[in-house]
Design a protein around this ligand. Structure first.
Ligand SMILES: [Zn+2]
Length: 144
């Protein structure tokens, strides 16, 4: 009895350690897959960005960068002369399309709200759905 109660915590600790290692391994595999995926999809991605620039032009030049962001799917910034959109490579193509629509919509709507809700108001929502529809049109016109 005392043996098993003593064994339990160390068993749990060792399981936790194993779970953590497993989780880290899965995350590493996922990242490796995504890196490969983005290497293969880069040309199509560039084509999509050009399509968006043509179909939904922004008031300033926009640079879109694929980067390994860990804590965000993406974000958009404005420096006065241009927009910079960062899209994380730690997501799949389908998820990245939504992220791109979200960030493109921030550039269309204008940034600098004082809260999350202000930045994602009804006008942003309209821009988001417009960007998403344009991206869907691209997917339809350019099947894989
Ligand atoms: Zn947003």
């Amino acid at each position: 009895m005392s043996k098993s109660t003593k064994a339990a915590p160390s068993q749990t600790a060792s399981n936790k350690k194993r779970d953590k290692q497993h989780e880290a391994q899965l995350r590493a595999e996922l990242r490796a897959n995504n890196v490969r995926h983005w290497r293969e999809s880069r040309a199509r991605w560039q084509q999509l960005i050009q399509y968006l620039k043509d179909e939904l032009p922004l008031p300033l030049p926009v640079h879109v960068r694929l980067v390994p962001l860990v804590h965000h799917f993406g974000y958009a910034e404005k420096d006065g002369k241009s927009f910079l959109i960062r899209i994380s490579t730690y997501q799949e193509w389908g998820q990245a399309l939504y992220t791109l629509a979200e960030e493109w919509a921030h550039c269309m709507r204008g940034m600098g709200g004082r809260s999350y809700d202000e930045d994602h108001d009804a006008l942003w929502g309209l821009a988001f759905s417009t960007a998403l529809r344009t991206i869907m049109k691209f997917q339809e016109e350019n099947p894989r």
